[in-house]
Design a protein. Structure first.
Lengths: 455, 313
């Protein structure tokens, strides 16, 4: 066909032979009509897609005043089911229809900037700490002072402090949280006669003993990079105090100081007791070393290890507070990341959002959501603790004994610093501990540029 | 159609070349050329140029254009001076490229040549070797974890290195893990290259080889002087595919540890800085611009030589 066109270019189909003329014309038309058809089909296919897109966006808001939209980061079955139960109960209690947009946890987190500037749901899942204050400071969320007028009575001062932005307004309603601590298997410890250390020397002595007993003294796993941050946070808070730690996290200033380099020196003492190949292992593999009694103890969050010690194993999970290093600080700080809710900048149903949060801030709602979940505890006081497992009860007393709550490195500092800079830097330190000083001066240089530009 | 063709001869002497095509033809050509052109401009070149422009700004991704602060070449200065992940990332991307040229390319050709000999059950072999290509790279990443996990992985358990004292940390040792990843990447790439070469070999006229062997050429000689020259067009495709696959390497390492601790690649650094709760759009764009420059350094000479050869012939 192409050859026909180019060989007699001036009069395609103008030949003397009628069959010659008809022949190329019909496939030509055939192809064109096919093309036209394809275009039409594509157009038709695109239209509903587009309209679906726009309708789902506007559907994200709530037309009726008794509906509140909710952006959830809990698309996986385990917390999703609990939320569905909770929202059904919320409808009974408040009369609100809750339209939920379920999103995968990490996707939700990574897209939060775009999400909040686009068409966010009225209420959405988020975290306390710098992570909350940053978005409050950018004006991307509404304050929830109204909600706190009502729920304030059932929260501790530490919890209130974690819910405020730097301007003193409330931006966050806490829901559930969990402590980081040193976890172990109670039955293993009972059989070996170990007791919980409270000071650094006892901690190292215990690790030595465990090594002699053929155990991995400290299950430690950092393939994913973030679990090691918990150990850094505790070392820094125990050695340099909470104020120093939070300042370091919030301002990014002071990384290249002797105080921080002392933290890494201290950390170096632990590395010989860590799981072999720890940079290639996930926290699940580490927690299983505890469960299977291959390892003695592990610094982790209850939210993580609680999902490994389930059912009949739940009460076998024991823990102690990260040991004291400097008596001046004792064990006064607990790392206890708080999950909860925030309200978008311009919610379609502000009154409904407030009403929903007032309900979610009650002990009853939180208890309902927790159900038989042994990995978290409720943030409101007045929860029926008889339904808690032993680790949950112990978690409450650990947190209540704390003077300060920290949130975890990636929640207490700028996210653009935590994951891109600190995560690989700590991994680098763990694989070549001798290079701590050059790693720290590099962290310092990068921190300066990131805080200087905030972007 | 009849009307347009009848009106044409009058204008023929003056604008001969243009009038070769009817209005319909021209409309169709404009549409066929214009739509892809517009699409590639809108979805490839505009974003690429925007990325280059963004690399000279600092921006968190919050707010509009007014919130971008001009940064000059500062982002590039940071990358080349104090960004510790950058040198290993460049190194790994180039290592990836070299390994892909040294292992899967020749080995794929070897396999294709063997399969082309009409062995019994060659279709079965072909399917087995091609199977990894069907798997997504993300899946290959999961398989890498299953095979190389230090305590639970296949390799360490088969060779007795999963214990506490003699453990080989395939995924966590920063000098070792890139090789574990490359083994899996080569496993997949070999099948891909093989199928490309096999398609090329099928198009080589067997009578040429027959003639060569009648003339007394041994297998190597007939391959070297008959088959290899005929494969030239396929070779170019393989070169391009190899370059593309090694520069866009991402999925396997991202599944394993998001591209840190010995698995840094340019693509993972870009993601780490741009995709996140608070992004460094300018910094990430500068990294992307560097990747673009490297890609162009490979692609432009290729495009230049192919087009020159085409116009010559």
């Amino acid at each position: 066909m192409t050859s026909h066109n180019s060989s007699s270019p001036t009069n395609p189909g103008h030949g003397e032979n009628p069959t010659h003329r008809a022949d190329p014309a019909s496939p030509l038309f055939g192809r064109r009509s096919l093309l036209r058809g394809a275009l039409a089909v594509a157009g038709v296919a695109a239209l509903p897609a587009l309209s679906a897109c726009s309708s789902s966006k506007s559907g994200g808001g709530s037309e009726a005043s008794n509906a509140v939209s909710f952006g959830s980061n809990a698309a996986v079955p385990e917390p999703k089911g609990a939320y569905q139960t909770l929202f059904a109960a919320a409808k009974k209690a408040t009369g609100l229809d809750i339209n939920v947009n379920w999103v995968d946890h990490n996707t939700f987190q990574q897209n939060i900037t775009t999400y909040l500037q686009g068409n966010p749901q009225d209420v959405f899942n988020w975290f306390a700490g710098e992570r909350m204050q940053y978005f409050a400071g950018q004006g991307l969320v509404s304050n929830v002072n109204d909600v706190w007028d009502k729920i304030g009575g059932s929260y501790t001062d530490a919890m209130k402090a974690q819910s405020k932005g730097s301007d003193g307004n409330y931006y966050f309603v806490p829901f559930d949280y969990y402590p980081w601590a040193v976890f172990y298997s109670k039955s293993l410890w009972a059989s070996k006669g170990y007791t919980a250390p409270t000071t650094w020397d006892e901690y190292i002595a215990l690790a030595k003993k465990m090594k002699a007993d053929g155990l991995i003294p400290i299950a430690f796993t950092d393939k994913d990079g973030w679990p090691a941050m918990g150990t850094f946070d505790y070392l820094n808070m125990r050695m340099n105090g909470y104020e120093f730690h939070i300042n370091l996290m919030r301002t990014g200033q002071g990384w290249n100081t002797s105080k921080v380099s002392a933290v890494f020196d201290q950390w170096r003492q632990l590395i010989p007791y860590y799981s072999p190949g720890f940079l290639g292992l996930t926290w699940q593999e580490g927690a299983n070393q505890i469960l299977n009694k291959q390892a003695g103890m592990m610094v982790l969050g209850l939210d993580q290890i609680g999902t490994i010690f389930t059912g009949s194993n739940a009460d076998d999970l024991g823990f102690f507070a990260f040991p004291e290093i400097d008596p001046a600080n004792g064990q006064d700080s607990v790392e206890a990341p708080i999950d909860g809710f925030m309200v978008a900048k311009s919610p379609k149903n502000a009154a409904g959002a407030t009403k929903l949060l007032e309900y979610l801030g009650t002990a009853a709602a939180q208890q309902l959501w927790l159900g038989s979940n042994p990995a978290d505890i409720a943030t409101a006081s007045g929860v029926d603790t008889s339904k808690y497992t032993k680790p949950q009860t112990a978690a409450i007393s650990l947190i209540n004994s704390a003077k300060h709550l920290s949130q975890f490195m990636d929640r207490d500092t700028l996210p653009s610093f935590a994951d891109p800079v600190m995560l690989p830097a700590i991994q680098k330190f763990l694989s070549s501990p001798g290079e701590a000083s050059s790693i720290l001066s590099n962290i310092d240089a990068q921190a300066k540029t990131i805080w200087a530009t905030n972007g | 159609m009849a009307v347009t063709t009848l009106s044409q001869p009058a204008a023929r002497p003056r604008r001969r070349r243009l009038k070769r095509y009817t209005k319909r033809d021209r409309a169709a050509l404009t549409l066929m050329g214009g739509v892809p052109l517009l699409l590639s401009l809108a979805f490839v070149w505009l974003p690429a140029l925007a990325t280059v422009a963004l690399s000279f700004f600092n921006w968190t991704g919050i707010g509009g254009f007014s919130d971008m602060k001009p940064a000059g070449v500062n982002n590039y200065r940071i990358i080349f001076s104090i960004y510790p992940e950058f040198p290993p990332a460049i190194e790994h991307n180039l290592l990836w490229l070299v390994v892909f040229f040294v292992i899967p390319a020749p080995f794929g050709l070897f396999l294709a040549h063997q399969l082309n000999k009409q062995l019994r059950g060659s279709r079965v072999y072909q399917s087995i070797l091609f199977l990894p290509v069907v798997l997504s790279l993300a899946l290959v990443g999961f398989m890498t974890e299953l095979v190389f996990s230090p305590t639970q992985g296949l390799v360490n358990n088969l060779t007795g290195h999963a214990g506490q004292h003699n453990l080989i940390d395939w995924l966590g040792d920063p000098s070792l893990n890139i090789w574990a990843v490359l083994i899996m990447a080569c496993w997949r790439q070999t099948g891909y290259v093989m199928i490309l070469f096999l398609a090329g070999l099928k198009s080589v006229d067997p009578s040429l080889q027959e003639a060569a062997s009648l003339d007394g050429a041994n297998e190597w000689q007939s391959f070297r002087h008959v088959v290899w020259p005929a494969l030239r067009p396929i070779n170019i495709v393989v070169v391009v595919v190899t370059v593309i696959e090694s520069l866009r390497a991402f999925d396997i390492v991202y599944i394993i540890n998001q591209g840190t601790n010995g698995l840094e690649l340019l693509s993972t650094l870009i993601t780490a800085n741009i995709i996140g709760e608070t992004s460094r759009i300018g910094f990430g764009s500068a990294l992307a611009t560097i990747l673009l420059a490297i890609s162009l350094a490979f692609v432009l000479p290729y495009v230049y030589t192919t087009f020159r050869k085409d116009t010559r012939s």
